[in-house]
Design a protein around this ligand. Structure first.
Ligand code: AMP
Length: 269
């Protein structure tokens, strides 16, 4: 791919308008129904299970609200497209939104270009605004698969606030994990304009710096599933779906409790 042409005039001060992100719409895939809840007692855990069945993966309306976390080259995009199609929710990739704006030389594209070219993160306020507006679109009513956002703990907490406002909390954060050497080979084999050797190295460095606090943010909230991202993409999709169902089958309070126990044992208490 040839390097991107520079935009004719930069207007960094101008406010950015939401770009039309690529949306994946597909037939809803039929999933095996979750376990039946026949007991009429209304304990919080049972109520949660009913709610998860009604709204969560495999439930009646197959809502799915997840974020995919992982370094560049981990296969987030591939898995995000598949999961979005399977659950009939939009795939929202912030990197695609930025690239599309750069290619069209929009005001957002002119601002974003220098960050993309350098492998740096676009400032939080810009990306948070874009995602917040996108999540209010009607096609996100039954959920979304966010790919490439959040990339830092401040972005994650802005997302949580936004979802709280909408009354639609996140179901899970899936972290796809791949060793750096393998990533470098995968990225070098791709032909994207921001995949030069220097940019790749910088993007991996930027990822490493922000990823730990991001994982911790979701781990503490009982939302994190870490998955080995090496292997056949089909198998990986099935693994992700299985982990999602696993996660959803456990009440959030229990997930948080087990995280607290694990963290406490790490610090020796
Ligand atoms: P990606 O396609 O996800 O690898 O993203 C490509 C580029 O878009 C990144 O290197 C960043 O410059 C920018 N970008 C995408 N998502 C974000 C985000 N959540 N925060 C900041 N910058 C982002």
């Amino acid at each position: 791919m040839s390097p991107r042409q520079p935009c004719r005039s930069a207007e960094p001060g101008r406010r950015v308008v939401r770009p039309p992100p690529p949306t994946v719409r597909a037939e809803r895939h039929s999933l095996a129904p979750g376990p039946q809840v026949s007991c009429s007692a209304a304990s919080p855990e049972l109520r949660w299970t009913r709610e998860a069945e009604r709204r969560g993966p495999g439930g009646a309306d197959r809502a799915l609200r997840i974020v995919l976390i992982g370094p560049p080259g981990a296969g987030k995009g591939t898995q995000a497209v598949r999961l979005a199609a399977r659950f009939g929710v939009p795939h929202i990739a912030t990197g695609d939104i930025f690239r599309s704006n750069v290619d069209r030389c929009t005001p957002l594209g002119r601002v974003a270009k220098r960050y993309l070219d350098g492998g740096e993160l676009v400032p939080d306020d810009i990306v948070i605004d874009i995602v917040s507006e996108r999540l209010a679109e009607p096609d996100c009513r039954h959920g979304f698969v966010l790919d490439g956002f959040p990339r830092s703990a401040p972005q994650a907490s802005a997302l949580s606030r936004r979802l709280d406002e909408l009354g639609t909390p996140l179901h899970a954060a899936i972290s796809l994990e791949v060793q750096e050497e393998e990533l470098f080979q995968r990225l070098a084999a791709r032909a994207r304009a921001d995949d030069t050797e220097q940019t790749i190295r910088n993007r991996l460095r930027v990822f490493a710096a922000s990823n730990h606090p991001l994982l911790r943010y979701y781990e503490q909230r009982g939302l994190l599933a870490r998955i080995d991202g090496v292997g056949n993409p089909d198998d990986l999709t099935e693994l992700v779906v299985a982990r999602l169902k696993d996660l959803m089958a456990r009440p959030i309070t229990e997930r948080r409790r087990s995280t607290e126990v694990a963290l406490a044992s790490i610090v020796g208490r």
